[in-house]
Design a protein around this ligand. Structure first.
Ligand code: KIV
Length: 268
């Protein structure tokens, strides 16, 4: 990986201008981040989805800033090329913009992240501006914002109604004006996501938002088939690791029980 050109927030803009889709995935640990980086993903999100897929919580709300910094440190250590963006978790930025800035500085300083992501629209613009003034790149996140699940009450598609769609258009413009370098659009109608993507000069990254976004992101555990109780239509499974891992473990258990492992070649 000597001499590898790092992906930056400017690269994001250049990719959009060149109509080259941006490929993102989440990662939470060193081993996975190293594989994703070497395989050519443009950016890795250390998502607060770690709360679900790593820690086993029902929502993203319980994960703490300390947990996120730990996951981010593991990922940053592995990455040579991709841009590493870290979610500010619930409770680390909503209090006031100073708290948000302190959380962002911790993520950048202690983990060596390249950018932070914050959920929310116009209401979080002053917070984003304060972080941006410190020189920290900010990614926005609109549509289904999982940290607000108890307000939504459901994980259904957002912005189907004209009023919410209008608000989303305004929020996207406000985030671009504030200086965000990109915006995640989660679980909104493809037509609306396409319209918003065309109206912005910064890239949109879709998850359940159709093919007209400037890039796509999936949670790595979903993409690799590590999650057999989550089947939303926006997930494409690129592997079935549950079955591969399960078969491998069954073989290992059998080999241990039958004394076939370790063999003499596997012994000293
Ligand atoms: O936490 C996460 O993984 C995310 C993506 C789903 C965009 O925010």
């Amino acid at each position: 990986m000597e001499g590898v050109r790092r992906v930056t927030t400017q690269t994001f803009r250049q990719l959009k201008d060149a109509s080259i889709p941006i490929a993102m995935l989440t990662a939470y640990d060193y081993t996975m981040a190293r594989i994703l980086d070497r395989a050519g993903v443009d950016a890795i999100l250390v998502g607060d989805s770690a709360s679900n897929v790593v820690a086993g919580h029902e929502t993203t709300l319980p994960i703490t800033l300390e947990h996120m910094i730990y996951h981010a440190q593991c990922v940053v250590r592995a990455v040579k090329r991709a841009l590493v963006i870290v979610d500010l978790p619930f409770g680390a930025y909503q209090g006031n913009s100073k708290e948000a800035l302190i959380s962002s500085i911790r993520v950048m300083k202690e983990a060596g992240a390249h950018a932070v992501k914050i959920e929310g629209g116009t209401a979080v613009v002053p917070t984003m501006e304060r972080i941006l003034q410190a020189g920290i790149p900010v990614m926005g996140h609109l549509g289904l914002t999982p940290q607000s699940i108890y307000r939504f009450g459901t994980y259904k598609v957002r912005a189907r109604e004209p009023e919410e769609a209008d608000q989303l258009r305004q929020d996207a413009l406000a985030l671009e004006k504030a200086g965000c370098f990109a915006i995640v659009l989660e679980k909104i109608p493809a037509k609306l996501a396409g319209e918003i993507s065309a109206s912005l000069s910064i890239p949109t990254i879709g998850i359940g938002a159709g093919n007209a976004c400037d890039g796509q992101i999936l949670v790595i555990n979903d993409a690799l088939g590590l999650n057999d109780d989550f089947h939303p239509r926006f997930v494409r499974r690129y592997a079935n690791l549950i079955d591969s891992i399960s078969d491998s473990v069954k073989n290992y258990v059998e080999d241990v029980r039958s004394h076939s492992f370790p063999s003499s070649e596997e012994s000293y």
